[in-house]
Design a protein around this ligand. Structure first.
Ligand code: NAP
Length: 484
């Protein structure tokens, strides 16, 4: 019998247990008998120690040259790449996604680190012409101080990487709390920085429940910024409770529409809906969850979508050839099954939505991909984020009606239009209320080097993540007037 490893916090340059010694289990959602590890159930004292360590380390880290900091990011990137296959398997075990996607996620995290190692080196201030010939006026960009990074379980390495890399390269120090449902991938990211020689206190890793460590990590006096990705409810709460001197960057939920209006686009729209709505078992913030279909092509669209959805292979992400893995947690399973029942009362059930419990599914959180049609515009499945493999098909009259329905949402994360009409492509980019606008592409997916974020309740809309914009959040500006 293999023994289950115990994983530690990383605080002030040491791998250490929580003060209380308490731990929690991280289990495989494809087979809950598989315990991946015991993790530290940290408390307030551990969180305080991590924040203190980050505050103490700040001045020296800030003074280090950008190129010296970049060297550490590059070292960590190389470590992630060389271990991507093993770490990808671990990610699949803890979160459920297919192993190819999990391995890619580590490669993408490495790409993010490399991108910021280079990009930040040419990210400076400005000089300003003025009337005093003996004076130079210029801005300098400075790090903020201690940054708290809180991440969700659905992208447990790529999301923290796109926060931690810009934070560190700009000279901030970091306390990182991963989601309790997928802490191992975040630990591997931390380990990569440790292996690359990050100085003590600069990056601290603390596992534990949101209620136990959250108040300190988000409320401590030393914390100058909080970068959070997760549910709108939690993000709103953290954002509201943050002090005036604490910057917040909240990347939150979505209810992302895909629009198709013309019969010649049906096949492509079906493919994009299946990829955007069901890959990652629908657990992507940018996942397609509403499809707005012109009334006259709806029957053909739904028929083809149901055929494709029903043919998808669902199973353990470690088994080759699976299209969907399990839902990531027992809570996700409960929520999705509840919405399936709600959907059956609100709309026409077309296919899927069954929990699988036989044979290899017996100990996992498996649900077949579901499609609902004739979904009223005010239905809960049309308006609320489900975060699972459930598609609501809503009838629309024409382009203007589609835009009105798409925009009638509290969220504004991603949206896609499937069309060959160049005029509509242009109009859509202007009309749609979404931070990520796709045309003939899935609602999911974004580049490391381009800004990413949402509108309305999908983001705090202050600072974007990714790309050059991703550096802005971690810097403040000083204006210097230097006379002779
Ligand atoms: P969640 O329940 O909000 O948790 C996210 C993270 O925040 C976890 O680490 C959680 O810790 C922590 N947390 C929750 N409440 C907190 C509080 N009051 N103070 C401090 N930390 C707190 O979200 P989730 O279920 O993990 O993730 C799914 C959600 O994330 C969906 O709504 C999805 O749309 C959103 N998401 C958004 C993006 C984006 O870029 N816009 C990307 C991915 C996911 P514990 O795990 O210990 O509870």
């Amino acid at each position: 019998m293999t023994t289950v490893p115990t994983f530690l916090n990383y605080i002030d340059g040491e791998w250490c247990p929580s003060r209380s010694g308490a731990t929690f289990d991280n289990r495989n959602p494809a087979d809950t008998r598989d315990v991946i590890g015991h993790f530290q159930a940290s408390g307030e004292a551990d969180a305080q120690a991590a924040v203190r360590a980050a505050a103490t380390a700040f001045t020296a880290w800030k003074r280090l040259s950008t190129s010296a900091r970049a060297k550490i990011l590059l070292g960590a990137a190389a470590y992630l790449e060389s271990h991507a296959a093993r770490f990808g398997e671990e990610l699949t075990r803890e979160e459920g996604k297919q192993v190819a996607l999990a391995t890619d996620e580590f490669m993408r995290a490495a790409q993010t680190l490399r991108y910021y190692a280079v990009e930040a080196q040419s990210y400076g201030g400005e000089t300003f012409p003025n009337d005093d010939g003996d004076m130079t006026v210029y801005t300098v960009r400075e790090p903020l101080g201690v940054v708290t990074v809180i991440s969700p379980w659905n992208f447990p390495v790529s999301i923290p990487a796109r926060k931690i890399a810009p934070a560190l390269i700009c000279g901030n120090t970091v306390v990182f709390k991963p989601a309790s449902d997928a802490p191992l991938s975040g630990l591997r990211l931390t380990e990569a920085f440790v292996q690359a020689g990050i100085p003590r206190g600069v990056l601290n890793f603390v596992t534990g429940s949101a209620s136990a460590v959250g108040p300190t990590l988000t409320g401590a006096r030393e914390v100058r910024a909080i970068s959070f990705t997760g549910s709108t409810t939690a993000g709103e709460q953290i954002h509201r409770s943050a002090s005036l001197s604490t910057r917040t960057q909240m990347e939150l939920g979505g209810k992302n529409p895909l629009i198709v209006l013309d019969a010649k686009d049906i096949d492509r729209a079906v493919d994009l809906t299946v990829k955007g709505g069901f890959s990652l078992t629908g657990q992507a913030c940018t996942g397609t969850s509403r499809v707005l279909v012109a009334r006259e092509i709806r029957a053909a669209f739904v028929e083809r979508l149901a055929a494709k959805a029903s043919a998808l292979k669902i199973g353990n992400g470690l088994v080759p050839g699976m299209d969907l893995g399990p839902l990531a947690t027992a809570g996700q399973l409960r929520t999705v099954l509840e919405y399936i029942e709600i959907g059956k009362r609100e709309a026409t059930w077309v296919c899927g939505g069954q929990q699988l419990t036989h044979d290899a599914y017996a100990h996992g959180y498996f649900v077949t991909p579901a499609v609902f049609a004739d979904v009223p515009r005010d239905a809960r499945i049309a308006r609320e984020e489900i975060f699972g493999p459930v598609i609501a098909v809503i009838d629309v009259d024409d382009y203007d009606d589609a835009i009105a329905v798409a925009n009638d949402s509290d969220y504004g994360l991603a949206a896609s239009l499937v069309t060959q009409d160049a005029r509509l492509m242009h109009r859509f980019a202007n009309d749609i209320e979404a931070g990520t606008v796709k045309i003939n592409r899935t609602t999911t997916g974004n580049l490391v080097n381009a800004p990413f974020g949402g509108l309305k309740q999908s983001s705090t809309a202050t600072f974007r993540e990714s790309g050059r914009d991703g550096l802005e959040f971690y810097l403040q500006t000083k204006t210097v007037y230097r006379g002779v």
